[in-house]
Structures are given as C-alpha cells and as structure tokens.
Design a binder for this molecule. Structure first.
Ligand code: HEC
Length: 313
C-alpha cells in the first residue's frame, strides 16, 4: 500500500514536470558549429576571439550593461586577452592603458567647488558602468534591468563546461530575423507586431508585446500571445532587449568578417573568460598533476610488490 502511494506520488510529480515543460520552456542552447576552444579538460581560450569579444562588449553591450567585477588591468594579466610578456605588470601595458584612457569615469574626489568631475580611467579602475545606479538603468530601458555581465556565463550556466557561453551565444544569435516580423491591425485598428509560425505542428501567430522581443532561447511562456494550438506553443520567451547584433555591427580590428555568428561567438567567449579569468592557469595545472599521479601510482605498485614479496598471502 505504502509502495503504491509512493509510486503514484512519484508519477504525479513526473507528469507535473513534463506538462510544465510542454507549456513553457526555452529552446536548448547550443555552442557554435565549430565548438568552443576552451571546452574539455585541456581546452584553452581562443585569445583572438576573446580580444574580438572585448571589442563587441565595448562597442555594443557596454552602452547598457556594466561589468563591475572587471578592471582594465585584468585584460593584460597572464591568461588575459591582451597579456604581453614584455609588460609583466599589466598597468604598463600600452593597450590596456589606451583602453582605460578612452573611458571617462567619475572621479572619487571632488574638485575645489565640491563637484565630481569626469576623468580618464586608469588600468586599475573597474570597467566604466553605463549608468550610475539600477534606477537609472531601468529608467533608460523601459523598466527592465540590463544585468551586470561580469559573471553572466556562470549565472546562466548549469555547471557544465561552456553551458553559460552556449546560452549567451544562442540568445544573441537566436532572435528571428527582422524580415520575419509582420505587421497587423486588431479590430479597433490598433497596430501590432507578430510572427507567423508555419513549421510542422507549430502553426499560428505569436504577437509581440510592445517593448518586448521574442527569443526562442529566453526562459518564459508565450502562450498568452499565441493563437495556434496550445499544445504547440513556440518555445522561448520575451525580453526587453532587442536584437543587438546585425552583420557588420562592429568593424573588427583584426579584419575578421563581423557576421552575427562570429560576433555572438566572440562575445560569448569573452564573457566566459571574464567569468573565470584563471581558467587557463587552473587547466594548465591539470595535465602535470595527472602525470604526477600516474607516476606515483606506478611507484606505489612496485614498492607494494617489493615489500610483500616474501610474505605469502
Ligand atoms: C540598448 C541596451 C542594451 C544593449 C546594447 C545590450 N543589452 Fe543585453 N539586455 C538589455 C536589457 C534591458 C536586458 C534585460 C531584459 C529583460 O530582463 O527583459 C538585457 C538582458 C541581457 C541578458 C540576460 C538575458 C536573461 O537571460 O535574462 C544578456 C545575457 C544580455 N543582455 C547580453 C547582452 C550582450 C552580450 C550585449 C552586447 C552584444 C547586450 N546584451 C547589449 C539591454 C541591452
């Protein structure tokens, strides 16, 4: 009897989770076609990509998102994208100095009139934030808060290698194209935007609320805006951030063609690095540690054989 009750409770819970998944849920994020250079126990960042990702952050994302846990000097430290062995002290690295200098930040000390003036940033300063506080950030973004991106790949990952980067990559390259958006009018003549779905069982119109953007990788539930079969509601959700990456949105310093995929790959790799700047140092310890353990195991085996040689067991 007890067992039966336990079983039915378990089945009930399972059915609930399954139906919850059917109703909402987002498309499963995936890595770029060529995979991640940093994946696997011996993986290393593709530093050219991390450098380009910094350019994307600076020229696109940094107008809305802060990265408060990073300072300019981190870019030039060992394991950083602009590390240069000629400048072991990142504060002396000319590129790092230049990146810092191009950003104006509010000075900590008031001037002779008691006002706070802007000054060029120094390598030791944290990355410049686009807004002085959360209220200002929300006010500028229709009430939504652009989250700090310092550890976003950790925050949106589930612990597996590259999870968070997959998410950033998929989200940023996964918006439907602008040309897919259609314009309609409701009975009162009010205009509205919608996407027409017509693949397999997903047939219907998904209306996009004003100030919100549909993205299949965003967590959420769009069923209230879907006029097709409720069992085939499109996956994904709405968010207040519109598509950010259009082809050629940045002009890469290294001449790489700035396709949407390329920029999404680079910014995701940069954010992965930013969330774990010491990853390379940690991984480069893994192989020697492994070799050491193998040799130790062999030695132990032989000494065991030697010590117990004369003793019958
Ligand atoms: C015009 C301002 C703006 C720009 C530019 C911008 N974002 Fe956003 N971003 C937002 C806002 C606002 C949100 C919050 C959306 C919400 O919660 O509905 C957001 C949310 C996000 C999220 C979190 C999504 C989630 O899971 O909650 C990520 C990741 C993100 N942005 C990455 C980026 C990256 C990377 C760039 C640069 C390529 C970028 N954003 C450029 C405004 C912006």
């Amino acid at each position: 009897m007890k067992l039966y009750r336990l079983l039915s409770a378990g089945l009930g819970a399972l059915a609930l989770t399954l139906s919850a998944q059917a109703a909402g849920g987002a498309k499963h994020p995936h890595p770029p076609k060529e995979g991640w250079a940093f994946a696997g126990p011996l993986g290393e960042f593709d530093m050219a990509s991390v450098q380009r990702g910094y350019q994307v952050y600076r020229e696109v994302c940094s107008s809305c998102h802060s990265m408060k846990l990073l300072s300019y000097r981190n870019l030039g430290e060992p394991g950083g994208p602009f590390y240069d062995s000629e400048y072991p002290n990142a504060n002396d690295n000319p590129l790092v100095k230049q990146f810092a200098m191009e950003d104006e930040i509010l000075s900590e000390t008031p001037d002779e009139y008691g006002d706070y003036q802007y000054r060029p940033a120094r390598p030791s300063d944290a990355f410049r934030s686009p807004y002085p506080n959360e209220q200002a950030a929300r006010a500028a973004n229709g009430g939504a808060y652009p989250p700090d991106l310092s550890v976003i790949t950790k925050a949106r990952g589930h612990g597996a290698d590259g999870d968070g980067a997959n998410y950033v990559y998929s989200l940023l390259s996964g918006y439907p194209g602008f040309d897919e958006l259609q314009f309609g009018e409701d009975a009162d003549g009010e205009p509205f935007d919608y996407y027409q779905f017509d693949h397999g069982d997903e047939k219907g119109r998904l209306v996009q609320p004003i100030g919100q953007y549909y993205n299949p990788y965003m967590a959420g539930d769009v069923s209230a805006y879907w006029d097709g079969d409720p069992r085939h509601t499109p996956k994904g959700g709405f968010l207040a951030m519109g598509p950010q990456l259009m082809p050629g949105r940045v002009e890469y310093m290294d001449g790489t063609e700035a396709t949407v995929e390329q920029m999404a790959t680079d910014i995701a790799q940069f954010l992965q690095w930013a969330g774990d700047p010491k990853q390379i140092a940690r991984k480069s310890l893994a192989l020697p540690a492994l070799i050491y353990l193998v040799i130790l195991a062999i030695l132990l085996w032989f000494s065991y054989q030697r010590i117990w040689r004369k003793i019958g067991h």
